[in-house]
Design a protein around this ligand. Structure first.
Ligand code: GLU
Length: 607
């Protein structure tokens, strides 16, 4: 969950490291540090707290050189102190390292290395001493020998003062990407930190050591045999990491959804054959015809996108779907077999629990299809097939555009599975495609008029509790709307199946509870109306999300947030937008740190 950046090239390295750390700041951390080789020795600067603290220190004492490492720490072993912040050095201070992850056998290794001088309480520091122990003139051999002895999870970057023309990286169960350019090479835990320098990137494969020089990057397995790197060009530009005039990334990303949902449809709707086309999917019609049941593995917002997708697959492909929390699935006894299809939903493609569930399903003979935003991510590489979302880079910790993109992909897939399995006709698919094309415009309309949303935010910002209720496709919206509110405003909010209110939560209805009812037109609309009545008649505050022209909702709600009419299957993609905005304006009104909410990180690579 930390951020790593490493550089070897011809430019002054400090601004590159600080710029990289700033782009990785959203991942969440508690301290930061840099090391630069000044031509003679390593010079380290580190500080607990926000990146700004480190930035003001290095502004006073600039470090000069063209080789360096930067790190933001999310402490696992040892308190949040300057001594524990990375980088760490070997005893002779000629080896510098940064690390993301946990070295599980560090106690045993530390015992063996007891004649070394330790300066921190971290598990990480032992790696610097272990490499020092193994070094006898050949840096690559030393790194390989050290890494062979490590257990646990790591993305490591290692620099040697005696070999200032190169850097080493190693990876196991933690993300690490290299950036390639003609005169410089970089390493980072997240590809967008590389984008200001190059768009040509390659993931470091699991269990590999990479050697970076100005001239290029080579990859080795742990036996020292050279292995091919698989570089590709990233389509996003570095502007994706700018706020472009918006006050927060989250607001910018909410506003991008009219475009990103349109991108999800671009080129995927074959109107002549009435089929949805996914490029290079990796599974074919025959694979889908073999499937008897589907299990969705996901966490957090992705699990909500999975919840909406479940209804889509059941409606169109007529297959039973379990939407499981990956953190539960991985320790359960789900009966996977070759007739089970797992859909793995993960924005980052690095979510630790989802990755574990993917491995478990594949080992048991099931096929896995991933839906992710990140090419080359661990989940993408370890799945049989991948649908790549086209949301582009998302920086706000609270997911917005990746949620709507993920749902678009999941629902389109559900429809196409229906075609492959002969459950829906071409004519039916034709109608569904037409309705899909209305989604981007409907989102645009919601974005254009936010006055009522701001009024609701202002009125209830001192609220005590929020209950979000929905049914069927919009059960996902209830979950997701509540999660957005919790994440960025720190107010308590709960997502509930509307039919469940009478089984307990109705007892909460009083002047401090606001119920957000998601009630667009569709199969369960009348059921929602009854559930709203049950709250309103107990004098609860009700705010509804309803379809334009609905005359009934205003009679039983204090406020209505309107959305344009869209087909029921697409309604969760549109109805979540006013709720994202409501969470946003509430958080802003309360003065919260919207893009980096407390205690959270974007890419959850720990259990
Ligand atoms: N386990 C290491 C530490 O606590 C690395 C943590 C991280 O990934 O930032 O220092």
């Amino acid at each position: 969950m930390c951020g790593i950046i490493g550089y070897v090239g011809t430019k002054e390295v400090l601004p590159i490291l600080m710029g990289g750390l700033r782009l990785l700041e959203y991942r969440g951390y508690d301290s930061a540090g840099v090391v630069v080789f000044d031509g003679k020795r390593f010079r380290v600067e580190k500080a607990p707290g926000k990146l700004q603290v480190l930035a003001s220190r290095v502004a006073r004492k600039p470090l000069e050189g063209t080789l360096g490492l930067g790190h933001t720490r999310w402490a696992t072993h040892g308190g949040v102190t300057e001594a524990n912040a990375h980088p760490h050095l070997s005893c002779d201070e000629r080896i510098a390292i940064v690390h993301n992850g946990i070295i599980e056998n560090y106690v045993e290794l530390k015992k063996r290395l007891r004649r070394h001088k330790f300066r921190s309480e971290t598990d990480t520091e032992i790696v610097a001493h272990l490499v020092e122990e193994k070094y006898s003139g050949d840096p690559r051999a030393a790194v390989l020998a050290a890494v062979r002895e490590l257990r646990g999870a790591y993305a490591l970057v290692i620099a040697f003062a005696r070999h200032p023309d190169r850097l080493y990286g190693a990876r196991l169960n933690a993300p690490l990407v290299v950036g390639l350019d003609s005169t410089e090479s970089l390493l980072a835990s997240d590809l967008h930190a590389l984008l200001p320098h190059t768009r040509r990137v390659a993931p470091v494969e699991e269990g590999r050591v990479v050697e970076l020089t100005r001239a290029g990057v080579r990859s080795f397995d742990l036996d020292g045999r050279e292995q091919p790197l698989k570089p590709f060009e990233v389509e996003w530009s570095a502007e994706a990491a700018e706020k472009s005039g918006y006050s927060h990334f989250m607001l910018k990303e909410i506003h991008e959804q009219a475009d990103t949902t349109a991108q999800e449809l671009q080129g995927r709707l074959d109107r002549a054959r009435n089929e949805v086309v996914f490029e290079d999917l990796g599974l074919d019609r025959a694979d889908f015809r073999r499937v008897r049941r589907v299990v969705i593995a996901a966490c957090g917002t992705s699990w909500h996108a999975g919840t909406a997708t479940k209804y889509g697959i059941e409606e169109f492909a007529r297959l039973p779907v379990d939407c499981a929390l990956a953190s539960e699935l991985r320790y359960g006894d789900y009966p996977f077999d070759r007739h089970t299809l797992m859909l793995a939903f993960s924005q980052s493609g690095e979510t630790a629990d989802t990755l574990a569930a993917v491995r478990m399903a594949r080992e048991a003979g099931a096929k896995v299809l991933a839906i992710t935003n990140i090419r080359g991510s661990s989940i993408a590489r370890e799945s049989d097939a991948v649908v790549y979302m086209r949301a582009r880079l998302e920086v706000g910790v609270a997911a917005t555009k990746t949620y709507t993109s993920q749902m678009m992909c999941g629902l389109l897939l559900g429809m196409q599975m229906g075609r492959w399995r002969g459950m829906i006709t071409g004519a039916h698919m034709g109608v569904l495609m037409k309705t899909a094309l209305q989604v981007p415009g409907a989102i645009q309309r919601v974005l254009e008029d936010v006055a009522e949303i701001k009024r609701v935010a202002e009125r209830f910002k001192k609220g005590y509790d929020f209950m979000y209720i929905g049914r069927r496709y919009n059960l996902a919206t209830a979950y997701e709307g509540a999660l957005k509110m919790k994440e960025i405003s720190y107010l308590h909010a709960e997502g509930y199946g509307a039919g469940e209110m009478k089984h307990g939560p109705l007892a909460l209805v009083d002047d401090h509870l606001t119920t957000l009812a998601i009630a667009p037109q569709g199969r369960v609309y009348e059921k929602m109306v009854s559930n709203i009545q049950q709250v309103a008649s107990r004098k609860g505050h009700v705010v509804s999300v309803g379809t334009d022209g609905d005359a009934l909702l205003p009679t039983m709600s204090e406020h209505v947030l309107w959305i344009p009419a869209v087909a029921e299957v697409w309604s969760p993609v549109v109805s979540v937008v006013p709720l994202q905005l409501l969470a946003y304006y509430t958080a802003v009104a309360l003065g919260r740190d919207v893009d980096q909410p407390r205690n959270l990180a974007k890419s959850v690579t720990v259990e």
